[in-house]
Design a protein around this ligand. Structure first.
Ligand SMILES: Nc1ncnc2c1ncn2[C@@H]1O[C@H](COP(=O)(O)OP(=O)(O)O)[C@@H](O)[C@H]1O
Ligand SMILES: [Mg+2]
Length: 272
C-alpha cells in the first residue's frame, strides 16, 4: 500500500513545524515500527540537523532532486535511523529560485515520490515558513496537512490566508480528499494568554483540531540541539509523552479512515 503523506505547514516561522516532523517521524518509526521517509523542503536544512546530518556536507538535497527531471529519488535518500530515511536540504538560493520557473513546478515532488511511495508507511514533509513553490509541492503531494500553530500573540494572524491558499491548491489539483488538521504547539497551561489562544485556535479549526496539544517543553529544544528526536533523548520527558499521544491520535484516525473505506468497498460489492 502507498505511504500516507503528511506535511507540516504554516507560513509563520518558529511554530514548531520542524520539531513536529522530527518527532512524529521518530515516534512512528521507533514506537510503532512504521517505515518512514522524512523530506525537508526548507532550505534551512533543520530537519537533517535534527537527525545528526551536517548540511554543509550534503551534495544531494531536495532542491537538487526537484531541479533534475531525470534524477532518481533513491539516490537522494539517506538512512538516519533503522526505520527512518531522510531527504535533506541545505541553503541554495539559486536552486530554490530555479524551481519557480520549471514546468508543473508545484507537482515536482509528487512525480518523484511515486517511485518510492510503496516502500514506506509514512512520508512526513517539513516546509519553509512561506507559501511559495516548495510548500505548494508539499500540499500537492500530501494526503494530510498538519497546520502547526504556536501559542504566540500572533498565532491566528495569517491562518485564514493559509487556509485559502490550501483550498485553492485543492481545487487546482483535484484534491477534494485532502485532510487538514490543526495542531497547537508550545502550549503552557498555566498562562492565561495560552488558554485564550487555545480557545481561539479550537474555534478556528472546529472539528479539524487535533485534541492532542504539544506543551512547551525545554527537553524538545534540547533534544534537537543534541541531534536526536525526543523519544531517543529522554523517554520519560513530557515532550515524549505528548508525541506518543499525537502519534496515537493520528494512527487511530487513519485506522478509522481505513475501516470506513473497507466498509464502503464491501457495501459497493454487495450492491453490485
Ligand atoms: N513544544 C516545544 N517546546 C519547547 N521548544 C519548542 C517546542 N516546539 C518548538 N520548540 C523550539 O522552538 C524553536 C522553533 O521550532 P521549529 O520546530 O524550528 O519551528 P519551525 O520549523 O516552524 O520554524 C526551536 O528552537 C525549537 O526547538
Ligand atoms: Mg522549520
Amino acid at each position: 500500500m502507498a505511504a500516507k503523506i503528511i506535511a507540516a505547514c504554516n507560513a509563520k516561522g518558529g511554530t514548531g513545524k520542524t520539531t513536529v516532523v522530527i518527532n512524529l517521524a521518530a515516534t512512528l518509526a521507533i514506537q510503532h515500527s512504521k517505515r518512514v521517509l522524512a523530506i525537508d523542503l526548507d532550505s534551512q536544512g533543520n530537519l537533517g540537523i535534527g537527525f545528526g546530518l551536517d548540511p554543509r556536507q550534503i551534495d544531494l538535497t531536495t532542491y537538487h532532486l526537484l531541479n533534475a527531471p531525470k534524477a532518481h529519488i533513491e539516490e537522494y535518500v539517506q538512512q538516519v535511523r533503522p526505520k527512518i530515511d531522510l531527504i535533506p536540504n541545505a541553503i541554495n538560493t539559486r536552486l530554490e529560485n530555479a524551481i519557480d520557473v520549471l514546468p508543473n513546478r508545484d507537482s515536482l515532488l509528487k512525480r518523484k515520490l511515486r517511485l518510492v511511495q510503496d516502500d514506506y508507511d509514512y512520508v512526513i514533509i517539513d516546509t519553509p515558513p512561506a507559501m511559495r513553490t516548495p510548500t505548494m509541492n508539499a500540499i500537492v503531494v500530501a494526503d494530510e496537512i498538519l497546520v502547526i500553530v504556536d501559542c504566540g500573540y500572533f498565532a491566528l494572524y495569517g491562518l485564514t490566508d493559509l487556509m485559502t491558499q490550501i483550498a485553492d491548491a485543492q481545487t487546482a489539483h483535484d484534491k477534494e480528499n485532502l485532510v487538514i488538521r490543526g495542531l497547537l504547539n508550545l502550549y503552557n497551561k498555566g498562562q492565561v494568554l495560552d488558554n485564550e489562544i487555545h480557545d481561539q485556535v479550537v474555534n478556528f479549526f472546529g472539528p479539524l483540531m487535533l485534541s492532542t496539544v504539544i506543551h512547551k517543553n525545554v527537553r524538545l529544544a534540547e533534544a534537537t540541539s543534541h541531534h536526536q528526536p525526543i523519544i531517543e533523548y529522554d523517554r520519560t520527558a513530557h515532550g515524549t509523552l505528548d508525541f506518543l499521544k499525537l502519534t496515537k491520535e493520528l494512527l487511530d484516525e487513519h485506522q478509522d479512515d481505513q475501516d470506513e473505506a473497507a466498509q464502503t468497498r464491501t457495501h459497493a460489492r454487495r450492491n453490485h
